[in-house]
Write a protein that binds this ligand. Structure first.
Ligand SMILES: NC(=O)c1ccc[n+]([C@@H]2O[C@H](COP(=O)([O-])OP(=O)(O)OC[C@H]3O[C@@H](n4cnc5c(N)ncnc54)[C@H](OP(=O)(O)O)[C@@H]3O)[C@@H](O)[C@H]2O)c1
Length: 342
């Protein structure tokens, strides 16, 4: 609540211990304190939405190998979309909508560094964390700069109904390719085809999913857009086509594994003169505005949908939302909508 100073209670989410398996409520701890003061040159932001990101499970591992790390005792890293409620910084005005990366908490104080103003006339605030934010930008640059789908090509996208996959599939369709999606339920398969225009969607929990994929791609796969890794990637590699591209966007199935495992069917890359390509969105940071301008046009023209799946609750609802993400409850980007947003 953005009311009197002393009434502002800041719920903060901390990591309690390194999780085993999918992270659950016991792995996190909520602490409450008064909202921070807005000091000289600073801005106070009230969080309205948090993006619930699969990669959080990767960065809470007991390992320093990855880009970021959250250790037990640290505030949980997360991207918020919110509103400036106090400002002693001439670059920000009360009422500005911003993206902030100050951890999962109701109030974030900042000297302005790492805050990004957003234009809610271009897209609603929550979407700036999803399809119009890092997830959509990831899909945009991975598809347009790395996969480069062509008319007549066949593209396989796993994690197809998630935040990245739901946008990537639509972009491949816009490029004129045939798009096959893999996801974890019949309902999500229907949604991919009926709502997002995927040509074929296959439930990877079906025992014969690989046979279904063979039937769906008689001329093999020109691109595998990989969000999940593991056995789904491994089996799919047997179908990579001549000079194909395997775009390594994410490895969701491996993030909670004590020992991650890689593909054994890599031999098909050699036989088919194909390549595996790593990808990190931050390499394209200078070009986000360009991508958003193009995506905004497609949205206006009705050619691109930005799906998001909102769960409502306060900061203490975040661990449950995170579990639901790994249970595959989301269609598009999972967002936690806080009371301040209503
Ligand atoms: N490279 C980059 O710069 C970059 C940027 C953003 C995201 N990423 C990565 O891209 C991937 C997708 O991210 P996202 O935000 O779009 O996540 P997401 O797909 O919205 O959410 C995770 C989904 O993964 C599926 N899943 C969960 N456990 C699985 C398992 N064991 N095997 C197969 N599927 C499983 C679930 O859907 P089902 O119902 O289909 O199982 C779930 O809905 C993540 O790995 C993320 O870390 C990379």
């Amino acid at each position: 609540m953005a009311s009197g100073l002393n009434e502002r209670v800041n719920q903060q989410l901390f990591l309690k211990k390194v999780p085993f398996g999918i992270a659950g409520s016991d792995d996190f701890e909520i602490k409450q304190s008064p909202a921070p003061e807005c000091g000289e040159g600073e801005v106070l932001v009230e969080s309205h939405y948090f993006g619930v990101d699969a990669a959080l499970r990767l960065i809470v591992r007991d390992s320093d190998e990855f880009l970021f790390r959250v250790k037990p005792g640290d505030i949980v890293r997360g991207s918020a979309a919110g509103r400036v409620i106090e400002s002693n910084n001439p670059q920000f005005t009360v009422g500005d909508h911003v993206l902030a990366s100050g951890g999962v908490q109701n109030f974030i104080v900042s000297n302005g560094e790492g805050l990004e103003k957003v234009d809610v006339t271009q897209a609603p605030l929550g979407e700036w964390l999803g399809g119009f934010g890092v997830s959509g930008l990831t899909a945009y640059f991975a598809v347009t700069e790395e996969c480069k789908p062509q008319p007549g090509q066949t593209i396989l996208i796993n994690g197809a109904a998630g935040a990245v996959g739901s946008i990537a599939g639509q972009l491949c369709k816009l490029a004129g390719a045939t798009v096959i999606g893999l996801t974890g339920s019949a309902e999500k398969c229907r949604w991919l085809v009926e709502e997002l225009g995927y040509d074929i969607a296959i439930n990877y929990k079906d025992v014969d999913w690989y046979e279904q994929l063979v039937d769906a791609a008689p001329e093999r796969l020109d691109v595998i857009f990989d969000n999940v890794g593991g056995s789904i990637l491994d089996e799919s590699l047997r179908l990579i086509g001549m000079h194909g591209v395997v775009l390594l966007c994410g490895s969701t199935s491996q993030y909670s594994e004590e020992k991650m495992s890689g593909p054994s069917n890599y031999i098909w890359l050699g036989t088919m003169r194909a390549r595996m390509q790593g990808f990190v969105i931050f390499d394209y940071a200078e070009r986000y505005a360009e991508a958003r301008a193009k995506m905004a046009r497609w949205i206006r023209d009705g050619r691109l949908k930005i799906p998001s799946y909102e769960v409502t609750g306060d900061v203490d609802a975040f661990p449950k939302a995170f579990q639901q993400l790994y249970q595959g409850k989301n269609l598009g980007k999972m967002l936690l909508k806080l009371p301040a947003a209503t």
